[in-house]
Ligand binder design. Structure first.
Ligand code: IPM
Ligand code: MG
Length: 355
């Protein structure tokens, strides 16, 4: 198959981790006889430096005409003082909205090789950590009106029933393919938008009788994720709650550097990115963990290109790499051997076998 991939290297460690993901994709292409064409897209701080805009129209259009988009990370202290609507992160938000990718899937799964990298007690980790956060990605407070007037600032949190319904369906369908348990997370004891969220989830639940729906307030959920993560199968939640809970969920699996994500909308053209940020403090030192980016590429193969075997081949190669006791600094532990970002990518490529 021939696939055209828009590649956004971005800022900080973005370019280093994406180079490793492309190495792995090239190896997959060679093994399976595919052709992956890459088109570089400037977004984030580097686009501000080049064009004075975090995502100019012509760069967004490259993404819209691709088969899918692979993204490293954007942002950094260098652009902290630019106005809010011109920040590097604004480029990312415009991309998500422009692509219409309302459904963000963030797995929190502990690799058995990394159980000692989790900050949680062994007895909790041993119960198992394997759940998915389905995060609404193009609505809510991120996309409401933002304004500052004098000493007062306002951000508007708005959801319509149809926006809740389409992400709710993804939650139910994701749960249906897994453990059939869906936890809807909101703040319905305070927010109107959350009361609407809860109402729509319960209405939808009638169409998915095989899925057990539960409700949880977001503050309680933050606590339950560290207290008893094994209770979760699929969590569905709004944009900002999902942002916060997914950082927490990633950390209990050992490192945010290991976690990929997919974002999809109405078409098969998806956006794939590790959930970590641009980590400017470690950029250019060849010490970042490229596994989140590599696994994001695997998700792209599975969800957008229907290449299940190829995706599994990448995941197995990552598992073999962990088996061999090699670790980047973020997941380093006693008795293991330290490797850099580029070496990690090479080793995963060496372990790739046709499934
Ligand atoms: C994420 C990030 C982004 C978000 C930022 C960079 C805008 O934290 O993907 O989780 O808040 O969505
Ligand atoms: Mg985040």
């Amino acid at each position: 198959m021939v696939k055209n991939i828009a590649v956004i290297r971005g800022d900080g460690i973005g370019p280093e981790i994406i180079s490793e993901a492309l190495k792995v994709l090239d190896k997959v292409a060679a093994l399976y006889g595919h052709t992956f064409n890459y088109t570089d897209v400037d977004m984030g701080g580097c686009a501000i430096d080049k064009y004075g805009d975090p995502l100019p129209e012509h760069e967004l259009n490259k993404c819209l005409s691709s088969d899918s988009v692979l993204l490293g990370a954007v942002g950094g202290d260098k652009w902290n003082d630019v106005p809010g609507n011109m920040r590097p992160e604004k480029g990312l938000l415009r991309l998500r909205a422009g692509m219409g990718v309302y459904s963000n899937n963030r797995p929190a799964k502990i690799w058995r090789q990394l159980s000692d990298a989790s900050p949680l007690k062994k007895s909790i980790v041993d119960e198992g950590i394997d759940f998915i956060i389905v995060r609404e990605l193009i609505g809510g407070i991120y996309f409401g009106e933002h304004k500052t007037e004098g000493d007062t600032a306002v951000d508007v949190l708005r959801y319509s029933e149809s926006e809740i319904e389409r992400i709710g369906r993804i939650g139910f369908e994701t749960a249906r393919k897994r453990g059939k348990k869906l936890c809807s997370v909101e703040k319905s004891n305070v927010l109107d938008s959350s009361r609407l969220w809860k109402k729509v989830m319960h209405r939808l639940s009638a169409e998915y009788p095989d899925v057990e729906l539960s409700d949880m307030l977001v503050d309680n959920c933050a606590m339950q994720i560290v207290k008893n993560p094994a209770q979760f199968d699929v969590i569905v939640t709004e944009n900002m709650f999902g942002d916060i809970l997914s950082d927490e969920a990633s950390m209990i699996t050992g490192s945010i550097g290991m976690i990929p994500s997919s974002s999809l909308g109405a078409t098969s053209c998806g956006l794939y990115e590790p959930i970590h940020g641009s980590a400017p403090d470690i950029a250019g030192k060849d010490i970042a963990n490229p596994v989140g980016a590599i696994l994001s590429a695997a998700m792209m193969l599975r969800f957008s290109f229907d290449m299940e075997n190829e995706a599994t081949a990448i995941e197995n190669a990552v598992s073999k790499y962990l088996d061999s006791g090699l670790r980047t600094a973020d997941i380093m532990s006693e008795g293991m051997t330290l490797v850099g970002c580029s070496k990690c990518g090479d080793l995963i490529c060496d372990n790739l076998r046709k499934e």
